[in-house]
Design a protein around this ligand. Structure first.
Ligand code: GLN
Length: 245
């Protein structure tokens, strides 16, 4: 078995160690004897969506998102929409999450038209939503507690056909108003969690990997357990700290 990962815009969208998510996915697959390739695709480099099973997009600031608009309009946006509809697995963080949506209206009134692969939109606010936070994923996304770090001024609102990834237990999440966090559409997992997300949330990581294996190989049996003592210790420490705040 082999999974091919495409890391989109690694040189532009990579805040707060988002790249650690790629390292974690790779490691957790290889530890189970599953082969992995990771390709990086940035501005001017076309993507052959059939070649990949998982796409990863990290976070970036408003300016960096703006820089990418032309590249997205030149073809990548269309390819990403097709990959999402084809049920490829996506993990998108913060700025990358916003970019999968319809548009982003910055706090000073500029509208950036994004990919429109998922029916969400983002409105910039003057106040930033910053801090460690946690949420419980919905039953269809594993019903597990995720700890992360958020830092965004964009408030994201979900369209009627889009489920949240989870519900906020502590912190802001999508917009600080409706308790929702992230988005789940087909095999897209989108979230505001930097930090990076997956090293300290191994249950979510395995859910994402399992989703990709099911899509590609129809493989439904659970992944072999790994020794996650350290991962769980990091997760549980943050969870306890956040419970106290
Ligand atoms: N530019 C976006 C915002 O501030 C995303 C920031 C990020 O990816 N951390 O809302």
């Amino acid at each position: 078995m082999r999974l091919n990962i495409c890391h989109l815009y690694p040189d532009i969208l990579n805040l707060y160690g988002d790249r650690g998510n790629i390292i974690t996915m790779k490691r957790r697959l290889e530890d189970r004897g599953i082969a992995v390739t990771v390709d990086e695709r940035s501005i001017g480099q076309p993507i052959d969506i059939d070649q990949y099973d998982i796409f990863f997009i990290g976070g970036g600031q408003d300016f960096e998102q703006e820089v990418l608009l032309r590249d997205l309009a030149a073809g990548k946006g269309r390819d990403i929409r097709a990959a999402v509809e084809d049920e490829k697995v996506f993990l998108a963080i913060c700025g990358g999450y916003q970019m999968l949506g319809q548009y982003y209206k910055t706090w000073d009134g500029e509208q950036l038209d994004f990919i429109g692969a998922i029916n969400v939109h983002t409105i910039g606010a003057k106040e930033r939503m910053i801090g460690n936070y946690m949420y419980r994923t919905t039953p269809e996304s594993g019903d597990t507690i995720v700890v992360g770090f958020e830092n965004h001024s964009g408030k994201t609102y979900l369209g009627a056909d889009i489920a949240p990834l989870g519900m906020v237990l502590q912190g802001f999440g999508n917009n600080g108003e409706d308790q929702t966090e992230g988005a789940r559409y087909k095999n897209v997992f989108a979230t505001y969690s930097h930090g990076s997300l997956l090293p300290k949330n191994p249950v979510l990581c395995d859910l994402i990997l399992q989703t990709a294996l099911r899509r590609k190989y129809d493989r439904v049996e659970p992944l072999a357990p790994l020794d996650d003592t350290l991962e769980h210790a990091a997760h549980d420490y943050m969870q306890q700290r956040l419970h106290k705040t």
